[in-house]
Design a binder for this molecule. Structure first.
Ligand code: NAD
Ligand code: UGA
Length: 471
């Protein structure tokens, strides 16, 4: 019988996942622990550290009942039956494999803490996305430090997407649990399965060996990202030929073997995981001598970089007479997708940095991203965002050419052009006539998300560029 669960890492995965476990398993005490005092303080306040539809409701129902947020990681590890590890697994920024391999520093320090403080048998669950064979490394750390304690390592990758995390956790497509093919490993799998059985139908819980579970997570993200790079590659051809990507994607997706989801052409995929996980997969392939396989996956990331660059270079700069210096460009949407305030690897960073190199003045509006966050994103080096150590050392001086407002009309006032970079629903409802009247002419609109109806905006007077659609 599981009485207590501890989760190390109170981030986008640890927080929502544990809140839902607490809600669905009232007899289990769930503690989410983190080294970040600020994050834990926020989890214990009325202003949660992440914006996620439905999350506040779940947290309010359980917090202080059977859900707790704490910085006392050691205490809660020692008391728990199951320990989830949901810390960041960023891309390495230096040394062997820099720019590709996963940096397991945070994972290793969590494992060492578990080994040091555990006084009874534990199930240790990999919730973070990790390279295949990480469980073997973790087992070594745990068993070499233990004092006769039995540790079972399970792989239970998380498949939630931000913006829909609570729905994804309530009704998962699948829950994947990998473990050792030994009696102890199988018993541990059954124990974790019982936790999920409180709300997930039996046929949605897949059990596997450790390596299949670890690889399935990287493979799933690579397949999803590949679809976006594929549709974006076709969108470039649409722009060159006069075809319309919305029609092409609809026609292609009607084949049930392909399906309609995840075929929206865009300014490029962002988020904390796709790029990092594919690069991790590329590195794994290279380490196993599979150079052609590595190249295949690498191109999914390269296509994404191309897409982000093209929006700045071929759309904004080229169409505005190759001269955007000192021109005001409004950016609508900075988050990497709608319904989240998360900006990690958002395409908006690349587009804005490109415009700043051209000396444009940029004015940004996003309903859920703060000025402080935007300034940090625009001054940080690639991959540094996921390394708490770099963040602590940083005291950025703000980029002067950037202003951030909480109002779309203010952001666009006096602008020469507008770039829509996140598909927030509210951007469909804006009064574009009013916006047009307050802009410099000719007024350009670059829709990187196919949010607006280009014909209607052209009728107002805008010069409209939409991803993969005729000019
Ligand atoms: P995050 O950065 O939001 O959260 C990680 C947390 O771990 C941070 O708050 C950090 O302070 C904490 N931490 C790091 N080392 C620690 C330690 N030794 N002890 C205690 N706390 C520590 O990251 P995230 O988005 O929640 O992602 C976590 C993992 O889950 C990653 O491997 C990611 O690839 C994977 N994942 C993320 C998503 C997503 O949508 N964000 C979805 C599925 C899987
Ligand atoms: C993604 C996966 O969807 C999750 O299954 C996975 O668990 C998670 O990564 C993870 O491992 O972190 P997430 O990154 O939160 O989830 O969001 P997505 O909805 O996948 O969007 C990722 C990016 O792709 C966004 O920038 C989004 O705008 C873009 N996208 C998505 C497109 O450009 N077109 C699409 O059709 C779909």
């Amino acid at each position: 019988m599981v009485k207590k669960i501890c989760c190390i890492g109170a981030g986008y995965v640890g927080g929502p996942t544990m809140a839902v476990i607490a809600l669905k398993c009232p007899s289990i005490e769930v503690v989410v622990a983190d080294i970040s005092v600020d994050r834990i303080t926020a989890w214990n306040s009325d202003l949660l550290p992440i914006y996620e539809p439905g999350l506040e409701d779940v947290v309010k129902k359980c917090r202080g009942v059977n859900l707790f947020f704490s910085t006392d990681t050691e205490k809660h590890i020692s008391e728990a039956d199951i320990i989830f590890v949901s810390v960041n697994t960023p891309t390495k920024t230096c040394g062997i494999g820099a720019g590709k391999a996963a940096d397991l520093t945070y994972w290793e320090s969590a494992a060492r803490m578990i080994a040091d403080v555990a006084k009874s048998d534990k199930i240790v669950v990999e919730k973070s996305t990790v390279p295949v064979k990480t469980a073997e490394a973790i087992e070594k750390i745990l068993t070499h430090n233990s004092k006769g304690i039995n540790f079972q390592v399970l792989s239970n990758p998380e498949f939630l997407a931000e913006g829909t995390a609570i729905q994804d956790l309530f009704y998962p497509d699948r829950v994947l649990i990998g473990g050792r093919e030994t009696p102890g490993g199988q018993k541990a799998i059954e124990t974790l399965k019982e936790v999920y059985s409180n709300w997930v139908p039996e046929d949605r819980i897949i059990t596997a060996n450790l390596w299949s579970a670890e690889l399935s997570k990287l493979a799933a993200n690579a397949f999803l990202a590949q679809r976006i790079s594929s549709v974006n590659a076709i969108s470039a051809l649409c722009e060159a030929t006069g075809a319309d990507i919305t029609v092409v994607a609809d026609a292609v997706g009607k084949n049930t073997s392909i399906g309609p989801e995840f075929l929206s052409a865009s300014v490029g995929f962002g988020g904390s995981c796709f790029q990092k996980d594919i690069l991790n997969l590329v590195y794994l392939c290279e380490c196993h001598g599979l150079s052609e396989v590595a190249l295949y996956w690498k191109h999914v990331v390269q296509m994404n970089d191309y897409q982000k660059d093209e929006v700045c270079r071929a759309w904004v700069v080229a169409s505005m007479f190759n001269a955007v210096s000192d021109k005001k460009i409004a950016i609508l949407g900075f988050a990497f997708k709608k319904d989240t305030g998360d900006t990690r690897e958002t395409a908006a960073i690349d587009v804005c940095k490109g415009l700043l190199r051209e000396k444009a003045e940029i004015s940004i509006y996003d309903p859920h991203v703060t000025e402080d966050q935007i300034q940090r994103d625009l001054t940080m080096n690639k991959f540094d965002w996921d390394h708490p150590i770099h963040l602590q050392q940083m005291s950025p001086s703000p980029v002067k050419q950037v202003t951030v407002t909480w109002d779309a009309y203010e952001a666009t006032k006096g602008a020469h052009g507008i770039c829509i970079l996140t598909e927030w629903d509210e951007f469909k409802q804006l009064d574009y006539k009013k916006i047009y009247d307050n802009m410099k002419k000719p007024a350009f609109l670059f829709d990187g998300r196919n949010v607006v109806d280009p014909e209607k905006l052209r009728e107002i007077g805008f010069i409209v560029y939409s991803i993969g659609r005729p000019l």
